[in-house]
Design a protein around this ligand. Structure first.
Ligand code: HEC
Length: 144
């Protein structure tokens, strides 16, 4: 019968055992999160390299986000740039920015920003930094 195999004591033990197990699991996962976070701290990476911070300022002052997305955030007029460093490389990026607008008929145009070599180098450093942020594999393909 049920009462002979599953006593009140058994029920209580399952309750206490389950509660203890959940609490230990919670502690273990909290510990794991706390130890994994510093390696994924994008802000620390940013502050570790002053040129990246300069590049971020160039990025903001010229409102690149007004047309582009960075890791999905921003405007959807122009390509995602979070992975453009890996997609095109530093020389292409600088040459591209200097060559705007292309004037190619039927294509959306990007303005000329008249950036200095220092600003371009810093911008490329910022885009390199962005490409190294751990996004758990997003976007799934390199053209995304
Ligand atoms: C007014 C909108 C606009 C702004 C602002 C803008 N862009 Fe663009 N950008 C574009 C468009 C449109 C393209 C794609 C053009 C094409 O494919 O012919 C592009 C393409 C690019 C590409 C090449 C992407 C690729 O996948 O090959 C890079 C790099 C780039 N932009 C960087 C920047 C940076 C850095 C800034 C800020 C300094 C910026 N853009 C500001 C419109 C803009």
């Amino acid at each position: 019968m049920m009462s002979s195999t599953f006593s009140t004591t058994t029920a209580r033990n399952i309750f206490y055992g389950g509660a203890l197990f959940s609490f230990l699991l919670f502690l273990a996962l909290t510990f794991h999160t706390e130890s994994a976070l510093p390696q994924r701290d994008a802000r620390a990476l940013l502050e570790a390299n002053p040129q990246v911070a300069v590049g971020k300022r160039v990025w903001e002052e010229n409102n690149c986000i007004g047309c582009h997305t960075l890791l999905g955030e921003g405007a959807y007029f122009a390509p995602e740039l979070g992975n453009v460093y890996k997609r095109r490389g530093p020389e292409f990026i600088k040459a591209w920015i200097k060559a705007q607008p292309t004037g190619t008929p039927g294509r959306r145009q990007m303005p000329q920003f008249n950036l200095t070599e220092e600003e371009l180098d810093a911008l490329v450093e910022f885009l390199r930094y962005a490409s190294e942020i751990d996004t758990n594999g997003w976007p799934p393909n390199i053209e995304g």
